[in-house]
Design a protein around this ligand. Structure first.
Ligand code: HSE
Length: 382
């Protein structure tokens, strides 16, 4: 099968190189921006791909919702299979792409959009066909895991850790999505849709690591814990879906604490299968390209979809999920929280809260920040 590639950045180069070596697959034209077509295999007009009957599939690795969405729709309507690593695209338009692919009798797969090289969505999609999925989640962003690991194990400061993650090709073009938890949130949205056929589009909550400081590192380490950015999705027996991302303080020695560098630990729990966790590189050129190639190879043996046929957009409800939280906040603001224990006193307090709902904790932090206050919070687990 000949594969056209949309985009020739960090992942695009990896996909093109792998296609040239892959059995059963052939590298087709690569769509680049006008002025970047300095090699014969590069084209600048999508019509050159949709109008080429020898192209069987399109792999989109350019990122962003537009023009990726228009190109995806054009490819699907031209009868080309469509594979993407683009979380923003699938989180925004996945239901429509799923429907269009099915209407046109072609495949729509996006393993690389969640977990980088870790085959979580592929396995989850198959499991969801035969088992009841109870929860999904884990460490789903390689950039922030790399940063947290460097800050906590090497004492690196935030700015240097981010710079390194960018140089290593882990971060998004605009790393704001990584450090604010938005990238991980998009990934948990996809996992929810694969697991339960509902792509949650509202009611979602994301807290990132952009408030995490060297002072937090020392305080947390002294308590025998490390910080990880964790995405959580769960379906309650009444059908309500929770989906959120937040820092979590895990005990040193817990599985998450051993996830280092750009690695992800993606997991799901099946009613019959129990808990399954997959660990591997969650970001970077070749890990991500390998997931794109796995999807293309899957198409050759009939793999067609990750979202169920009746997948719809829906809403997340994070009011019934609750945790105790570690919070750093100005002393004057402590009354905003149900404090269980003051860990350290001063102009800034470090406290443990009583168990409160995820929704309440995120709302309190955002209202304090709206008043210009510095706040860091992380759920206590384990
Ligand atoms: N920026 C993303 C990450 C890339 O760091 O996880 C892989 O999705």
């Amino acid at each position: 099968m000949k594969v056209a590639v949309l985009g020739y950045g960090t992942v695009g180069v990896g996909v093109y190189e792998m296609l040239r070596e892959a059995k059963g697959l052939e590298a087709g034209p690569v769509l680049v921006r006008p002025g970047k077509d300095n090699e014969p295999f590069k084209v600048t007009d999508m019509a050159a791909i949709t109008g080429d009957p020898s192209v069987g599939a399109v792999a989109e690795v350019m990122g962003g919702v537009e023009p990726a969405f228009s190109y995806a729709m054009a490819a699907l309507k031209a009868g080309k299979h469509f594979v993407t690593s683009n979380k923003a695209l699938v989180a925004a338009k996945g239901v429509e792409l799923n429907r269009t692919a099915r209407e046109n009798g072609v495949s729509f797969l996006f393993s690389a959009a969640c977990g980088g090289g870790v085959p979580i969505l592929h396995n989850l999609a198959r499991a969801a066909e035969t088992d009841e999925i109870l929860s999904v989640g884990g460490i789903l962003n390689g950039t922030t895991n790399y940063m947290l690991d460097q800050m906590q194990s090497k004492g690196m400061d935030y700015a240097e850790a981010l710079k390194q993650a960018q140089e290593l090709g882990y971060a998004e073009a605009d790393p704001t999505a990584d450090v604010t938890g938005l990238d991980a949130l998009r990934k948990i949205m996809l996992a929810c849709a694969v697991a339960w056929g509902v792509l949650p589009k509202s009611g979602l909550l994301n807290e990132g690591i952009d408030s995490f400081t060297a002072a937090d590192v020392n305080d947390i380490a002294a308590r025998g814990r490390v910080c990880r950015l964790v995405a959580s999705g769960k379906r309650a027996p009444d059908g309500r879906i929770s989906a959120y991302v937040e820092p979590v303080l895990v005990r040193v020695g817990d599985a998450e604490s051993a996830v280092q560098k750009n690695f992800n630990m993606a997991r799901y729990e099946g009613k019959c299968a129990g808990s399954i966790a997959l660990i591997g590189q969650g970001a970077g050129r070749y890990p991500t390209a390998s997931a794109v190639l796995r999807d293309l190879s899957g198409i050759c043996v009939g793999e067609a979809a990750m979202f169920p046929a009746d997948c719809v957009e829906g809403e997340a409800d994070n009011a019934s999920e609750s945790h105790a939280y570690y919070v750093r906040l100005p002393k004057a603001c402590a009354g905003a929280l149900p404090v269980a224990e003051v860990l350290s006193d001063g102009e800034e307090l470090r406290v443990l809260t009583k168990e409160i709902s995820v929704k309440q904790m995120h709302e309190i932090a955002s209202s304090l920040r709206a008043d210009g206050r510095a706040v860091f919070f992380a759920a206590m687990r384990g």
